[in-house]
Design a protein around this ligand. Structure first.
Ligand code: FAD
Length: 308
């Protein structure tokens, strides 16, 4: 068995692998797609100490760093279930194989929920974006839309209003769902317009970048167009935890793995790290820190529970 078995090969899983391997213990990483969300990212400008890089370059660097240690990387392997009933923890893969670990670190990340309208996929990273912390500054002096009037959409609109020229927030429902304090702040901003009952129907572009969107007023059925440089989609982040149903690992109402400050889950010996957990703010540097924390906590667990 592995001393530390990591499921997921994004920033969190990679950091966990390096920290575990540096303890000289048997470390394995099973990942559906090594690199994770970073592979879908263009410019990265907030990875501290590296002024600017891009996703594919960053993913290669992650993998090279992990490979410089004695880590068993099992790429293109999808985990389907986890069983922890005393003794070793078992992770069953789609291939049919079962991996065993004395400890397991869950780092399966998350994915942004998309609108599923024409143009969205085509203009992804060409004006359609899901991360105001990442991409806000790219739209300085320009007009953008935020889709979604929950807390993350309203927070994004407030954040962007300080960076871009103008923000239009579109909410499908008849009212915003964000906390009242956020709504008050939003309505106080001079360069934000809020549209409710607004169903985005298409993202428009010129072939290389976003130029606007169309939406339907759900009250009148009228279709309107907005001229924009960017569309921030904020309709939810879905943690990749469906495969943990029935495993005994506690999930939050949003489906995130509940972890404490040490990355420990509700199951002894099972840790969580990165976007898949309840830890707030889903960012690369945070996932790296959490992966490191989880590996150190797993090591602590091993030295307390393993026979000498
Ligand atoms: P992920 O990167 O999601 O990795 C999850 C890993 O788990 C992957 O290897 C995946 O294949 C694997 N996996 C999932 N399910 C299974 C399974 N069942 N079995 C096995 N493996 C599985 N953050 C920044 O800090 N700066 C940015 O500029 C930035 N830009 C972004 C742009 C885009 C378009 C996106 C989508 C995200 C961006 N982010 C950015 C966010 C950042 O990418 C994430 O916070 C970070 O990747 C989270 O790392 P993670 O390891 O927790 O999860």
């Amino acid at each position: 068995p592995f001393d530390v078995l990591i499921v997921g090969g994004g920033p969190a899983g990679a950091a966990a692998a390096i920290y575990a391997a540096r303890k000289g213990i048997r470390t394995g990483v099973a990942a559906e797609r090594f690199g994770g969300q970073v592979l879908d990212t263009m410019a990265i400008e907030n990875f501290i100490s590296v002024k600017e890089t891009d996703g594919p370059r960053f993913a290669v660097a992650l993998e090279e760093h992990v490979k410089s240690y004695d880590v068993d990387i099992m790429n293109t392997q999808r985990a389907e279930s986890l069983k922890a009933e005393g003794g070793l923890i078992e992770v069953k893969l789609a291939s049919g194989a079962t991996l065993k670990g004395k400890t397991v670190i869950l780092a399966t990340g998350a994915r942004w929920r998309d609108m599923n309208v024409p143009g969205e996929a085509e203009y992804r990273t060409k004006g359609v974006t899901y991360c105001p912390h990442c991409d806000g500054p790219l739209f300085k002096g320009k007009k953008v839309a935020v889709i979604g009037g929950g807390n993350s959409g309203v927070e994004a609109a407030i954040d962007l209003a300080g960076v871009v020229d103008h923000v239009t927030l579109l909410e499908f429902d008849g009212q915003l769902r964000a906390d009242a304090v956020l709504q008050r702040k939003l309505h106080s901003l001079p360069n934000v317009k809020v549209l409710v009952n607004a169903q985005t129907t298409e993202v428009k572009g010129d072939g290389s970048k976003v130029t606007g969107l169309t939406y339907k007023d759900r009250k009148t059925d009228e279709v309107h167009e907005l001229d924009l440089a960017g569309v921030f989609v904020q309709i939810g982040l879905v943690p990749n935890t469906q495969w943990l149903k029935g495993s005994g690992v506690e999930l939050s109402p949003r489906g995130e793995i509940v972890v404490n400050a040490h990355g420990q889950t509700s199951v002894p010996g099972v840790f969580g790290a990165g976007d898949v957990t309840t830890v707030p703010y889903k960012q690369i540097v945070i996932a790296l820190g959490q992966g490191s924390t989880a590996a150190l906590a797993a090591f602590d667990h091993l030295i307390r529970t393993s026979a000498p």
